[in-house]
Design a protein around this ligand. Structure first.
Ligand SMILES: C[S@@+](CC[C@H](N)C(=O)[O-])C[C@H]1O[C@@H](n2cnc3c(N)ncnc32)[C@H](O)[C@@H]1O
Length: 330
């Protein structure tokens, strides 16, 4: 995706993709970086301007992920060109599996709540034309770029998970995800989607203050939610008993987070960053780039707890994939 993005934008910075391809055996070590780039550029141009390009071939569905056997570059290019759907070819048995993803529960919730819009995209053809508040998946792309191939064995908590978009994606990647949100209107969609996708995300309707667990999480995700808890509580319809002092919120997050907090800001990123760093052991901050949330500018970033092997892994990934991409001192 990164390499296709570079080529489409004319930046052609494919060094790390070249390295990955050599390391995984997809590219012979004796092919020079220049030749690799020339070939890739030629293939991407051919795909971009050829309406008769062969459809990507899907060979299987595993854990609600479509396994692309051939045509990954066309998939990436389609996404890069901001199209969210693509026609693919798949064998009949895979297609039959795909059709078992029923939206019955989801349809019922939608009718019951007279819902006209969703916060995040729904990964199902029946909802291809649904109105979406945050259509863009740039946050997920960057989170996945940071996390790399890890997944199974890692547990994550998604605070303010809304309709479960991030939880579902990380669960597909093999994470053990728990999502919490106090708002039934959103959480009922998250639960119905968990059934549609056949995933095993644990979803809990509660305020963060009420959330109880007997173990910490490797990764905690808090996307455009902490600022609600830090600064906007008085604007929300939150019962007095569920409000939490912001230092207590941070103490609880600190206790719950083993290694990393993946975070998206509210309107004042530096203020939130300072607060998080100075009120927890999550003292290393790395900027994952600017984002747009329902028309507002946000920052995506990750806070790491120094001193663990997992943290070292994430820091190294950050250096390889993100360092120098944005002029920001965290
Ligand atoms: C702006 S939305 C962000 C949703 C999701 N994190 C995302 O970025 O796609 C904020 C979500 O946090 C939830 N939320 C706000 N305060 C919360 C609290 N104290 N405990 C649990 N959920 C909360 C809201 O119900 C809402 O679904």
């Amino acid at each position: 995706m990164e390499a296709v993005d570079s080529i489409v934008k004319g930046q052609e910075d494919i060094a790390s993709y070249h390295q990955d391809c050599v390391a995984s055996g997809m590219c012979q070590p004796d092919i020079s970086k220049a030749d690799f780039l020339r070939n890739l550029r030629r293939r991407i141009r051919a795909l971009r301007w050829n309406p008769f390009s062969r459809r990507p071939i899907i060979s299987d569905i595993q854990n609600d992920c479509l396994i692309v056997q051939d045509g990954i570059e066309l998939c990436c290019l389609t996404k890069e060109l901001d199209k969210s759907w693509i026609k693919v070819s798949m064998p009949e048995d895979v297609h039959a599996k795909w059709l078992t993803r029923s939206t019955e529960d989801l349809d019922k919730v939608v009718v019951r709540t007279s819902r006209k819009e969703f916060y995040n995209p729904i990964d199902h053809p029946a909802y291809r034309k649904a109105k979406i508040a945050r259509r863009n998946s740039i946050r997920l792309d960057r989170i996945r770029q940071l996390l790399g191939p890890i997944g199974p064995g890692i547990c994550g908590l998604d605070i303010g998970c809304n309709m479960g978009y991030t939880s579902h994606h990380l669960q597909r990647q093999g994470f053990n995800m728990t999502g919490i949100d106090y708002d039934d209107y959103h959480l009922d969609i998250a639960k119905a989607l968990t059934t549609t996708y056949g995933l095993d995300v644990r979803l809990q309707n509660c305020y963060f203050r009420q959330f109880q667990t007997d173990h910490p999480f490797d990764i905690v995700v808090a996307l455009t939610v902490l600022y609600h808890m830090f600064y906007n509580q008085e604007e929300q319809d939150i019962p007095e008993c569920s409000r939490m002092d912001k230092t207590a919120v941070m103490e609880k997050i600190d206790t719950l987070t083993r290694h990393a907090l993946i975070w998206e800001s509210g309107a004042d990123p530096p203020r939130e960053i300072d607060f998080i760093r100075s009120n927890s052991g999550l003292s290393e901050y790395y900027f994952l780039g600017p984002t747009q949330g329902t028309g507002k500018k946000r920052n995506l970033g990750v806070f790491l707890r120094p001193g663990t092997a997992f943290t070292d892994y994430l820091r190294n990934r950050y250096t390889a994939k993100f360092a120098g991409r944005w002029d920001y001192k965290g």
